[in-house]
Write a protein that binds this ligand. Structure first.
Ligand SMILES: Nc1ncnc2c1ncn2[C@@H]1O[C@H](COP(=O)(O)OP(=O)(O)OP(=O)(O)O)[C@@H](O)[C@H]1O
Length: 333
């Protein structure tokens, strides 16, 4: 798992701690943050690391299939059951089972899962025998399970069984410099697929990536980087190649009017700075504010001056300096 930010280091430490204990873990985090990778890391850090690690997405299977996927079935137990099938729980004997999107498990299946967690035995569909299995369960959810319990969508007893230990995988936007680290990591990983002219990211791109909210987290980052690597017509990937120029303006993710206004303001400032290669004078002129006001807005939105140099020529007209002025903007930590 790539990352050096304080929040991800906390996660790494938590993984080591919960890896050492043979109890269920509830892994929480937004979609695409790396919950499955965290589950694999817990498995590797545990005494079960030499045994199988299996994963199943409880939300991806129709409810009539999920029982047989989890518990298996005997030959002839239902129409179409022409063979005995060993379920994933039995197949994971000795190892770790990762139940992704546990919040989507149908209520009747939740009863069966609870029985297995309490007794460490399963029964195949159509089978009479109780089969003992030794499996550690890790479950992940991007929904608030406590809320689901209050709404009657998730069994409280199962929630407490699964929620013995918890870890939270942070959203990408909380991970500061990891955003650039991950972007470079995936750039190198997909370098075989890149167009022949692309060498890396412009500083503008790295800045915009820092400011963007990343609702789809690392999965979204991978897709944007991969697409930009193929489509970019410049040596250094620009914000527009990542499709982020307009997206940073997006206030759809705001939870209040004030936040929406803030996001819109930040977006307008960022877009203007990006458009003018971060030339303060030009951006201030376009925005109809003084340079001082623009600096204040940058302060307010935690954008600060850092570093210099890029593929884009830039100079401060007021001072006449040919040196790049403000090229790299990032969130103040
Ligand atoms: N720290 C990391 N370093 C490198 N790659 C990562 C990291 N975290 C996640 N990824 C990659 O991001 C993608 C999404 O990760 P993963 O599938 O584990 O997320 P998830 O939280 O389980 O998603 P979902 O909620 O949709 O099931 C994967 O391709 C994974 O390899």
């Amino acid at each position: 798992m790539v990352g050096e930010s304080p929040v991800i280091k906390t996660l790494f430490r938590s993984i080591q701690k919960v890896g050492a204990v043979d109890a269920p873990v509830l892994i929480q985090g937004e979609s695409g943050t790396g919950k499955e990778l965290a589950a694999k890391a817990i498995h590797r850090a545990s005494a079960r690391s030499k045994s199988p690690f299996n994963a199943i997405n409880c939300g991806a299977l129709p409810s009539n299939l999920i029982q047989s996927e989890l518990f298996g079935h005997e030959k002839g137990s239902f129409t179409g059951a022409s063979q005995r099938k060993i379920g994933i729980i039995e197949n994971t004997d000795g190892g770790t089972l990762f139940l992704d999107e546990i919040g989507d498990l149908p209520l009747d299946m939740q009863v069966n899962l609870l029985r297995f967690l309490e007794n460490h035995t399963i029964q195949r569909v159509g089978g009479l025998k109780e089969i003992e299995v030794d499996v550690r369960v890790l479950a992940a959810t991007h929904v608030d399970l406590e809320k689901a319990v209050n709404e009657g969508k998730f069994r409280e007893d199962l929630f407490h069984r699964l929620n013995v230990l918890q870890i939270r995988v942070p959203a990408l936007r909380e991970r500061g410099d990891d955003i650039a680290t991950l972007a470079h990591y995936f750039f190198n990983k997909f370098s075989m697929e890149k167009s022949s002219i692309v060498n890396g990211f412009s500083k503008d791109s790295l800045s915009v990536m820092q400011l963007y909210e990343w609702p789809g987290n690392i999965r979204e980052l991978i897709n944007r980087v991969r697409r930009a690597m193929v489509m970019s017509e410049h040596p250094l990937i620009r914000p527009s190649d990542l499709g982020l120029e307009r997206r940073v303006l997006d206030s759809r993710y705001a939870s209040s009017l004030e936040e929406a206004r803030d996001l819109a303001e930040r977006g307008v400032v960022m877009a203007s700075l990006t458009r003018h290669s971060f030339n303060i004078l030009h951006a201030a002129r376009e925005l109809g504010v003084s340079r001082v006001t623009l600096y204040r807005l940058m302060e307010k939105h935690k954008i600060h001056r850092e570093g210099q140099g890029d593929d884009i020529a830039n100079h401060d007209e007021q001072t006449g300096s040919k040196e790049p002025n403000v090229l790299n903007f990032k969130r103040v930590k």
